[in-house]
Design a protein around this ligand. Structure first.
Ligand SMILES: [Zn+2]
Length: 195
């Protein structure tokens, strides 16, 4: 997660929302990524997707079996979908994202009917991850908007009532294990019997 935080700083240095991610395989970092949708004109260029794409290229495989993803912010639904497609073993995140987090904040990503469910853990270095985001928004004077973020157009001020302290509250730092989705139930076969 420390390396993911380093990636997050790289995003912040480029004016992007500071989120960073790394893919780990066998205890070694396979790839790194940082948030870059604005610079790339690519709404899918979240840190997780950037790191997963690089990992796939480096492995020469579209499946990343046995790999773990570390990301500084609770992933959105798109990134969790990418984690499923990549068959990641585990997704570990830092701070909660009350605006677009799909592990537990705004929704619980629908793993239930999927044939692969990564293990999910949250809260690792949560305070540091949260602090990086809050510091960025204060320094850039930007306001969160619709789960994504844009520069405030109100004279560069953070919109009143849209307080960052409410968006990214201090996290306890406690390690939170997200309960796994219930096992996939095979649909019951209903037979129509003639009476
Ligand atoms: Zn995402």
């Amino acid at each position: 997660m420390r390396q993911a935080l380093t990636q997050a700083k790289r995003a912040g240095d480029r004016g992007e929302v500071p989120v960073g991610a790394v893919v780990v395989s066998g205890g070694k970092v396979l790839s790194r990524g940082y948030n870059r949708p604005v610079g790339q004109n690519d709404p899918t260029a979240h840190a997780e997707v950037v790191a997963i794409r690089k990992a796939g290229r480096r492995r020469g495989n579209y499946r990343l079996v046995g790999c773990d993803l570390y990301v500084t912010l609770e992933p959105c639904a798109m990134c969790l979908g990418a984690a499923v497609q990549a068959r990641l073993r585990r997704v570990v995140f830092g701070a909660l994202d009350p605006k677009s987090g799909a592990v537990r904040s705004v929704m619980r990503f629908p793993f239930r009917k999927m044939n692969h469910r990564p293990e999910l853990k949250g809260g690792l270095l949560a305070e540091e991850c949260s602090r990086a985001l809050k510091g960025f928004f204060v320094s850039q004077r930007v306001a969160p908007c619709n789960g994504h973020f844009r520069r405030s157009r109100r004279g560069g001020r953070v919109v009143e009532g849209d307080g960052l302290e409410n968006r990214y509250p201090e996290q306890s730092g406690s390690w939170v294990r997200i309960p796994p989705s219930p096992p996939v139930q095979s649909p019951g076969v209903k037979r129509h019997q003639r009476t």
